[in-house]
Ligand binder design. Structure first.
Ligand SMILES: [Zn+2]
Ligand SMILES: [Zn+2]
Length: 264
């Protein structure tokens, strides 16, 4: 039973697009013996008193949903997408099993530009089942375009538009919690929407600056402006060692890790 103003967030992946380890640079400079440095591609779930949301469907989704389903059911009301990059979308076929589990199509919330990109790439998943077919041999997704807010049952989520290189990505806020991955900058009006958050999950690719992702100094600056109780770093690459970071970060910033559950 979740109280009205609470949210439970599960981090199923907090790795960069290559994951950690990556195919070509392996473990980089992280300690591979620490499981907190094993990072699948970015996916989270959010549970409020009356809604259950999956955010993104990257290439590791099968493993993530299998592990999550050991302690949670997969009765998602909707999936929210942050943007169209492959590391956030290319597990889309696994949503077939969510449709099968719930025996219904899955509602997908995203911007027009995200749909323009992914419906072209995955048209089959946005096509209804043929007449007379009563089982999900593929995912069936119903696209719903986002505006400023999304209402799922009686839970209201605020949509935050973010700069992510050449494209826009989207963050999502529910009461005192916000999730902002794949972001290099915010317009002032969008940053305003994050004021007052107590728990923030924020993109932090690496220590060095990057063109499309926030780096550690930038995250520290944002955190100093927002002053949340806790900011968790996500989308980290294989230079971001968990223990090293923990030792050098201020008290209200911590690296996330796969399997972390947060109640806000
Ligand atoms: Zn990404
Ligand atoms: Zn991206």
């Amino acid at each position: 039973m979740i109280m009205n103003n609470k949210i439970i967030v599960n981090i199923l992946g907090c790795g960069t697009s290559a994951g950690v380890p990556s195919i070509i640079s392996g473990w980089g400079s992280v300690d591979k013996n620490n499981p907190k440095n094993h990072r699948l591609r970015c996916v989270i779930t959010m549970k409020t008193h009356d809604s259950h949301i999956l955010v993104d469907c990257g290439p590791d989704l099968k493993q993530q949903l299998f592990e999550y389903s050991q302690n949670n059911n997969l009765d998602f009301d909707a999936i929210f997408l942050t943007h169209q990059h492959a590391d956030h979308i290319h597990g889309i076929d696994e949503l077939r099993w969510v449709c099968t589990r719930n025996n219904r199509d899955l509602k997908v919330y995203a911007s027009k530009s995200i749909f323009d990109s992914i419906i072209k790439r995955f048209e089959y998943a946005f096509t209804p089942l043929p007449k007379g077919v009563d089982f999900y041999f593929k995912p069936v997704l119903q696209p719903i375009e986002i505006k400023d807010k999304i209402k799922i049952n009686n839970s209201e989520f605020i949509v935050i538009e973010q700069h992510h290189g050449k494209i826009k990505s989207y963050g999502y806020r529910y009461k005192d919690f916000a999730y902002c991955t794949d972001v290099v900058d915010f317009d002032d009006t969008e940053f305003e929407k994050l004021k007052g958050v107590k728990t923030l999950i924020i993109d932090c690719l690496r220590i060095q600056e990057h063109k499309t992702h926030a780096h550690l100094e930038k995250v520290k600056y944002w955190v100093s402006k927002l002053n949340p109780d806790m900011a968790y770093l996500t989308h980290m690459d294989n230079t971001m060692d968990y223990e090293d970071l923990l030792n050098q970060l201020p008290d209200n910033i911590r690296p996330a890790y796969d399997g972390l559950e947060i109640t806000v």
